[in-house]
Design a protein. Structure first.
Length: 210
């Protein structure tokens, strides 16, 4: 018997429906005064959805970055030559599609949140303003994310198109392009660690050192 989980799209839709149901249940509990009231001052439902979308996009982006670096690249040397086209022609291009758009949406929703929160200028100034440590840590995270997104769109993707044969290139060009994409991906892997620390530790780390 066919299951709804056989379809990726259906599975995602069911997850979104479950999320909406959960939200309405929590709102109903809050309306009836059960337990502590929900926190205020977070920008309303629209900003909460933007924050959720920012996190979901970031998980997709960094998850694929780590998949490339911890799984796909190390495995390529062990895959028999006749099987490698399955990765380069089918798996890698699809993974790279999600990879680059997850990077774009993560940055987009992050900018929306920082702008709505009124701290984007202070953060980009790395806290060298009146707000100091409150925005310096998130500022580093934003700059690392911007550098990483730039690498995805302007170094990794253009070079991967050559390396994977999506665009025409000579064997020598493919080799050089693969090397450039590899180094940019490893740079992003390195930057992802302090970036995640900065994003997750925005308020907690500022409180710790203040």
């Amino acid at each position: 018997m066919k299951s709804p989980f056989d379809s990726l799209q259906t599975t995602v839709v069911l997850g979104l429906v479950l999320t909406v149901v959960m939200v309405f249940l929590v709102m109903g509990i809050a309306d009836h005064g059960v337990g502590a009231p929900l926190p205020e001052g977070h920008g309303g439902i629209a900003m909460f959805v933007a924050r959720w979308a920012h996190v979901v996009s970031g998980i997709m982006w960094i998850g694929l970055l780590w998949y490339f670096n911890f799984v796909q690249v190390p495995s390529m040397a062990e895959i028999p030559a006749e099987l490698k086209p399955a990765v380069s022609k089918f798996i890698a291009p699809r993974a790279l599609w999600w990879f680059r758009w997850a990077a774009a949406s993560t940055v987009l929703f992050g900018v929306v949140l920082a702008g709505a929160g009124g701290y984007i200028v202070d953060a980009l100034a790395l806290g060298l303003t009146d707000r100091g440590a409150d925005t310096s840590i998130i500022g580093f995270g934003i700059w690392f994310a911007l550098i990483m997104a730039f690498n995805v769109w302007f170094i990794i993707w253009p070079n991967q198109k050559k390396a994977l044969g999506i665009v025409t290139a000579t064997d020598d060009e493919k080799k050089k392009a693969a090397r450039m994409a590899f180094l940019a991906s490893r740079t992003n892997l390195m930057l992802s660690l302090p970036m995640l620390f900065a994003m997750l530790g925005m308020r907690h780390f500022a409180d710790l050192i203040s």
